[in-house]
Design a protein around this ligand. Sequence first.
Ligand code: RNT
Ligand code: ZN
Length: 421
Amino acid sequence: MNDRTLKMYNIAKEMYAELGVDTDKALEAMKAVSLSLHCWQTDDVGGFETPDAELSGGGIQVTGNYPGKSRSIPEMRDDLDKAFSLIPGTHRLNLHSIYGEFDGKKVERDEIGPEHFTGWVEWAKERKLGLDYNGSFFSHPMADTGYTLSSKDKTVRDFWIRHGQKSREVAAYFGRELGTPSIINTWIPDGSKDVPVDRMGYRSILKDSLDEVFAKDFPASEMRDAVETKLFGIGSESFVVGSHEFYMGYAMSRKKMVCLDLGHFHPTELIADKLSSVYQFFDEVLLHVSRPVRWDSDHVVILNDDIRYLTEEIVRCGNIKNTYIGLDFFDGTMNRIGAYAIGARSTLKGLLMAYLEPSAALKQFDAEGNAFGRLALLEQLKSMPSGAVWDYYCEMMGVPVEGEMIKDVLAYEKDVLAGRK
Ligand code: RNT
Ligand code: ZN
């Protein structure tokens, strides 16, 4: 441990102790936090379905052409190893079906099954990582009309129903092999640019299709389903079939989880405020931590107010063990490994700051109706030395502190990414 890091930590520890906060306890809590790192930041959600798979329409938009994106699964694994080495703690990996190992063969989405993920399972076992999963209902000719599971064309929707069913087999396989339940999230891009007339029809089809997708029961020890709500997207500005109300109702009636993505609501609407409501009625929830800039732009997560509020609520609600924290951003304009490091570390920093809250004192002000005391203490916290605790945590967990992280990422760019021409 670096001398200065230790000195600063000890001062911080003393200052927090004066507020009734035990920094060592906060760090113990941090060690138990597990993020689900999304694999798709390594290659801008391209996938490796065919040797030259390119992202095409159908609901996902990535901008940027920064050099060095992974072009194959081995490269992707190198990048993920690098990313994990920059993030303190034990985390999980979240795969999409377009990242199966298809050996250069064309495998249709409705044929992607566990056999295409044996290599990933080996990889995860070696690293003692849990795997989460997603069917990929986008970037495919069968998604070109803008409708998949809610399509009025039976051939189209049956195709995606089979994809959904197979995807759940993959997740269950992950859970069985790795001994930790795989969280499988279903997000579909369905909706329309212009105002539809038959909203009712599409939503009723979606409900029936989902019932078919979820017809088979799997033990909760193997996999758990989440359904991701959304307000609007590029190409689905006027209508998204799987809206928040739709999926809240669906998930509640079918005992599934909802997935709340920070970019999937009105720009001023906060997910942070939703958690304490959702926890009243659901056992578990999945989060997609992202950063919308004016729209669902999936910018790299930073420690902004939205993340502060979200992480505070996660901790304040006292239900983090039932909260699956997935990351979901993709930015092709910068070093992609650096993007992971920033996004994951900022989420963790938010959680650490939340664990460093003097919750007893704050709750007391709350209960007494002392709005000034509460606000003043919250403001005081903003200049407390949480950075010293963070650096200490990074060193303790064997990952680089802030300034070193930048150097480390730039060295990887020079040594590895620059060679990907
Ligand atoms: C899209 C959803 C979805 C995707 C990933 C790739 O709006 O947020 O979660 O980002 O599945
Ligand atoms: Zn998402």
